[in-house]
Design a protein around this ligand. Structure first.
Ligand code: NAD
Ligand code: ZN
Length: 365
């Protein structure tokens, strides 16, 4: 649901917090943070790739509202670890952070997940304002309250649910985001169309060129609609006991491929491959109508995203990795699968189905 269209964008009620989406919100950022999560100390956590351009001006602007500190991690998934969590919490303690600290997560999904987890655990929990700077973080990672870090055994295996005090997404910052990362974010938007809104998928298809150029006119409505879809699903099922599982479409195989690639492929690229494979799985099981996988594949190809397993990647390793997935219950690994574009399968309140390894292997072969 959208409320009070702001000066330069929209504000979306995500259930307990607001997601502000706009173009050129940067000047409004510090007052918005101070208003929604007032504190004596604002700890801005960011990564080295964006610190100078975006974090330093924000820290300077926040200084009007309280004490500030800036905490910079190197960029990249390999730093979303307990070691970074440990270093950051120590830095916050050294900076004199108390319970009266607001954490500001300024960056992509890596910073959002890590800084969110720092906020969830620091002094048993302090507020976090998510300021996503990648398309993926704007439409996905910053909304819904999941935070955490990776371990050797797999992604996101240690974490906490910690809803943000607010999310502020300024689509203008996407102008500096490398094109491969823009496309990776588009994969998640395409997922939102597949799982919940066929018309939205059609709109995305018609705007792919403008979206890849990160034009604000096309990007702002995309971020807003994706946030609505994600927030609606997450609000109704915050702890992922039921329908929230549909957001995992493409992710069971996607995460496995990402893991086996040693994170050399981007998350969104792996989700793109995972969506095509899982849609084929759904067709083979008679869950999806014929043509769903092909439609998804067509769109992804036009968005210049990969759609098949890298030829050299070992099928056994992918299958083994799916067993580590949190979505694996006792026995068979579970998949959230589409019935048609815009609709996911549901049986007796269950939004994921167990699939035997033989069938998964056949699809991967
Ligand atoms: N919590 C959730 O619900 C959720 C959902 C989806 C994904 N995630 C997580 O998000 C992470 C992926 O996030 P991501 O794709 O944003 O990756 P990322 O955070 O690694 O950012 C991608 C790269 O872009 C750089 N960057 C960020 N903003 C920029 C900008 N405006 N201009 C130039 N460069 C910029 C970063 O430094 C980094 O090098 C994964 O760890 C994934 O597990 C979490
Ligand atoms: Zn994802």
């Amino acid at each position: 649901m959208r409320v009070n269209p702001g000066r330069s964008g929209v504000a979306i009620d995500a259930g307990g917090y607001t997601v502000h989406v706009g173009a050129g919100l940067r000047d409004d950022l510090a007052p918005l943070i101070a208003e929604t999560a007032p504190a004596h100390h604002y700890a801005v956590i960011t990564d080295a790739n964006i610190s100078a351009r975006y974090a330093e001006p924000l820290v300077a602007a926040l200084a009007r509202f309280g004490r500030t500190s800036l905490h910079v991690i190197p960029g990249g998934e390999s730093f979303k670890t307990r070691e970074s969590w440990s270093r950051l919490t120590d830095e916050l303690l050294d900076a004199g952070g108390t319970r009266d600290t607001t954490v500001v997560a300024l960056g992509g999904g890596v910073v959002g997940d890590l800084a969110g987890f720092v906020a969830a655990t620091y002094m048993r929990g302090v507020p976090v304002v998510q300021v996503p700077t990648t398309l993926l973080a704007m439409i996905d990672a910053s909304v819904g309250g999941k935070t955490g870090v990776d371990t050797q055994a797999g992604k996101n295996l240690v974490g906490a649910f910690h809803a943000p005090a607010a999310v502020v997404a300024d689509v203008d910052v996407l102008s500096t985001l490398p094109p491969a990362h823009r496309r990776a974010g588009l994969a998640e938007a395409i997922k939102h169309g597949v799982i919940a809104d066929a018309d939205y998928l059609t709109t995305i298809e018609s705007q792919l060129d403008a979206l890849q150029r990160a034009e604000s006119g096309a990007t702002l409505p995309l971020v807003a609609r994706s946030v609505e879809i994600k927030a609606d699903v997450a609000r109704a099922d915050p702890l992922e006991r039921g329908r929230r599982r549909i957001l995992n479409f493409g992710h069971t195989l996607g995460h496995a491929i990402e893991h086996v690639s040693g994170f050399s492929l981007l998350h969104g690229e792996c989700v793109a491959i995972g969506m095509v494979l899982e849609a084929r799985l759904a067709e083979r099981l008679g869950i999806a109508e014929a043509g769903v996988a092909e439609r998804i594949e067509d769109t992804l190809i036009r968005a210049k995203l990969p759609t098949s397993r890298p030829a050299h990647m070992d099928v056994d390793a992918i299958v083994a990795s799916t067993r580590r997935d949190k979505k694996a219950r006792a026995g068979a690994v579970e998949y959230a699968l589409p019935t048609r574009i815009g609709e996911m399968t549901e049986q007796g309140g269950r939004w994921s189905v167990p699939v035997d390894e033989e069938t998964v292997r056949a699809i991967l072969a």
